[in-house]
Write a protein that binds this ligand. Structure first.
Ligand SMILES: N[C@@H](CCC(=O)N[C@@H](CS)C(=O)NCC(=O)O)C(=O)O
Length: 217
């Protein structure tokens, strides 16, 4: 069987969540980097593959799929065996994962991108509303994970992969992360996964490029 092709942009958060899922499942990926800065994704060739022209996009045989959370669900369903705890079959356990994935898509990830990453990248001053949105997002994760190892209980799921790639924007966030000790303990736990470093290498390189890191905060 040919490896699954993954069109990605090195450093991209949703791409990293897909890479983590593949690594957790032991599914090899054939990485196809697109340079978004060079507008590679806007080429007519890529528009034929994904008319939304976004990454991550996978091609698995004759099947093409985009939207990171849909890709993660697909990979676990197809390659995770009978009942994989990364995306459990039990209706209520699965619903808890889905809720977190939806919260991430609609609220958490948006707050990180719009209120931390883009102002940082474009050197724009963060508004009071943006700052409040970020604080609320960090507070939500902190309260949510208070008595749990991972986001839906004591077992790692794809919800952790989805949220952690956005949470990693804390590296660029000038505020005081010690206010969120439960969230930071969860973040550390996820970072300790054996494949975390390799799957997120491109993000560390991006941080290095921008010369940012914990020690500089
Ligand atoms: N909701 C999508 C977001 C995908 C997305 O916006 N990816 C960015 C890179 S991080 C992209 O492709 N941007 C190109 C564009 O929107 O033109 C997902 O989770 O996959």
């Amino acid at each position: 069987m040919a490896d699954i092709q993954l069109y990605h942009f090195p450093g991209s958060a949703p791409c990293r969540s897909v890479i983590m899922t593949a690594k957790a499942l032991g599914v090899p990926l054939d990485l196809k980097p697109l340079d978004l800065m060079n507008k590679d994704h806007l080429s007519p060739e890529f528009a034929k593959i994904n008319p939304d022209q976004t990454v991550p996009t996978i091609i698995d045989g004759d099947f093409t799929l985009w939207e990171s959370r849909a890709i993660m669900r697909y990979l676990v369903a197809k390659y995770g065996g009978e009942d994989n705890s990364l995306y459990p079959r039990d209706l209520q356990k699965r619903a808890a994962v889905d809720r977190l994935l939806d919260y991430d898509l609609g609220v958490f990830y948006r707050a990180m991108i719009e209120c931390v990453w883009l102002p940082f990248r474009d050197k724009i001053k963060v508004t009071k509303e943006q700052d409040e949105k970020v604080i609320k997002a960090f507070e939500r994760i902190d309260t949510h994970v208070k008595d749990m190892k991972f986001l839906t209980g004591n077992t790692l799921t794809i919800a952790d992969f989805a949220v952690v790639v956005g949470f990693a924007a804390e590296e660029l966030y000038p505020g005081d992360m010690s206010k969120y000790p439960n969230a930071m303990a969860w973040y550390k736990r996820v970072q300790e996964l054996p494949y975390y470093k390799e799957a997120n290498q491109s993000y560390f390189e991006l941080l290095e490029k921008y010369q940012i890191g914990k020690s500089e905060k």
